[in-house]
Design a protein around this ligand. Sequence first.
Ligand code: IMP
Ligand code: MG
Length: 216
Amino acid sequence: MNPPKTYPIDCSNRELTSVDSLQVLPKYKDELEGILISGGEVKSRLKALRAEISAYYEQFISEGEKEIEVIGFPLLGGAMYFYSTLIVGEFDKVCFPQVLGLTSSYDGTNSTGKINRGGYSLKELQALKGKRVLIIEDIVDTGLTLKETEDWVHQFSPLDVKICCLLDKTLGREVKMESDFTGFTIPNEFIVGCGLDLEGRYRDLGHIAVLKKEYQ
Ligand code: IMP
Ligand code: MG
């Protein structure tokens, strides 16, 4: 069954907000071109995204069952921030009992599309058989990372695999890849904040911002 229609907020032609209009960590101010999405808007969109995700999974709850189990699969490290904010304490009937994460790799501002599959025993991976899996990504750009992850997860015969992304750079796509639940669509710029980094920096910035070219 297809998930219900989702409603990403389109920020692809949006004017940036000045870093002086919002509270921004002083250490980052000079490095940012401007704010694309405020932390408040991210929070508000996450609320609606949870409702979309709940509506999808709750349709599978059969009579007599109280909840449905979904295996969360965040692509680390950026999506870890998004994933925990999205789920911890927030769902009533969908439970996320176990997390399997994978690390994606990005070389500076370029995607390598490679994932690091290490760290899991065959037993843990075989436990995905017959389960519902929700892959969580902070941002989809070329689509290579998610494509590789999705293909890999399918090898373990899950019942259902869905993808949830906070941000979608639709113009960056090199392979066909669609997220089932998407927070925002954004322009083809290098962005940071809310878990997104450039070589480990900016993850703690509370907004989603465009990085100045000279810092990329
Ligand atoms: P893809 O394989 O090109 O779709 O890239 C996905 C990965 O690239 C994401 O997991 C991010 O870690 C990283 N990425 C893509 N665009 C950006 C960006 O604008 N800022 C920070 N990381 C990015
Ligand atoms: Mg990532």
